[in-house]
Ligand binder design. Sequence first.
Ligand code: FAD
Length: 469
Amino acid sequence: APTIWWVRRDMRLTDNPALCAAIDRGGPVIPVFLLDEVHDGYGALPRWRMGLGAEALAEALEERGSRLVLRRGDALSCLRALVRETGARGVVWTVLVDPDAKARDSAVRAGLEEDGTEVVRKTGHVLFDPWTVETKTGGCYRVYTPFWRAVKDRDLDAPLPAPGKIPAPDTWPDSALVADWGLERPMRRGADVVRPHLTVGERAAQGRLGAFMAQRVDDYAAARDIPSQTGTSLLSENLTLGEISARTCWHAGLEALRQGKAGAETFLKELVWRDFAHHLAYHTPQLTSGNWRPEWDAFPWNTDADHPHVRAWLQGRTGIRFVDAAMRELYVTGYMHNRGRMIVGSYLCKHLMSHWKIGLRWFADTLRDWDPASNAMGWQWVAGSGPDATPYFRVFNPVTQLDKFDKNRGYEGRWIAEGRARPDPLALAYFDAVPAAWGLTAQDRYPDPVVTPEDGRRRALDAYENRTF
Ligand code: FAD
């Protein structure tokens, strides 16, 4: 009897334990991707990017005589219908630990098992399953460094090869087309601008890892902090959809370490930050929904997403060059350098005293690498409300940060057009990407700061000192 492989954030054939388990069951395998209630609720760019990932996976499957069946609707109903239509006896998937996926999956599992359909769950989205990492007293980790120490010397099996053959059924169930879902529509004009900046699919992801290991890992420890350079791997876009496995990246990092490449350990540590985010989301699901430290509920955050300061922030018009450059990078490429994420986050939560959830939602709508756990951990870190967070009173100065991390102003120059005789094409692309209703042009005067670093810092620290907790 056929087995359904329910594809979610594991859009790859190499090192995919769920796919291998489906094949090992002996019958035909029916790969299925659903635009279900969870995926349909994603922000505009992640939802569209997921559709592009599904198309790339469909192509890879077709090269091996298989297909990807696409359906839209609530996950349990879609899977039940497919089981009925195909006579499948089992459904296999890769375990996810973010709260929305977890809730969906347990309901789907209960429903399928009630019908007598076997459910097989395999791990593989993260390096170290969150339930296998415990402190000496038996709880979860809340601080990164001890978490890193607890996992860094663990042996991980070598990645599984891609299966040579994926047995196909005699007849395929009906399938929708990604193009019919209109996922690019909420992106408005942005889709055309962002598309060339995306690196979609498993083969491209492997190419990215190979290029990073061949050319950049040696300098990674220092170059990773300079946003004008391509010093990092850029793999987050692919890792979040599982177009490459974290384990594949881990083994490549270990190999670089054995070869004495200087940045290799830093790279492994960054991969473990991703695991740490999933560890926190699994053990303390409030990470993704509210202040991890509930005392922050009493802080006088601005929660109005239409506040003029917030609008200036999300339009890249705060008058603070590092902040605006990073917000425009995000809008044009769907990516923002990690240094930029920290600075725009700090400016929003501290200088503008606006709730981190406003930033979290904007990122969830615009990031090509959006990940429910890493995004929430990042925002709670920036705001000071998270477990292993930067203290609120440590306020980044976005002007001196520019002197430190963008000395020659390469980043600022690339992204800000106003006031320049010959702006960079990327800076101009920003004006093509933003909604016409924003009324922005490259000829506008560059704004004065909506809140200066000094005023913002003073106001944030006053509020912090007068807090009631
Ligand atoms: P590299 O420097 O090459 O690192 C390799 C991999 O390690 C990354 O691909 C990523 O999977 C992981 N990693 C690195 N840093 C972190 C980190 N701080 N937290 C978790 N994983 C990390 N990352 C996301 O993948 N999705 C998000 O939605 C996301 N939102 C963020 C929001 C904020 C406010 C902040 C401060 C950080 C956020 N990050 C997020 C983490 C980080 O900025 C990105 O993972 C990184 O910039 C991706 O670029 P890269 O692949 O070149 O990273």
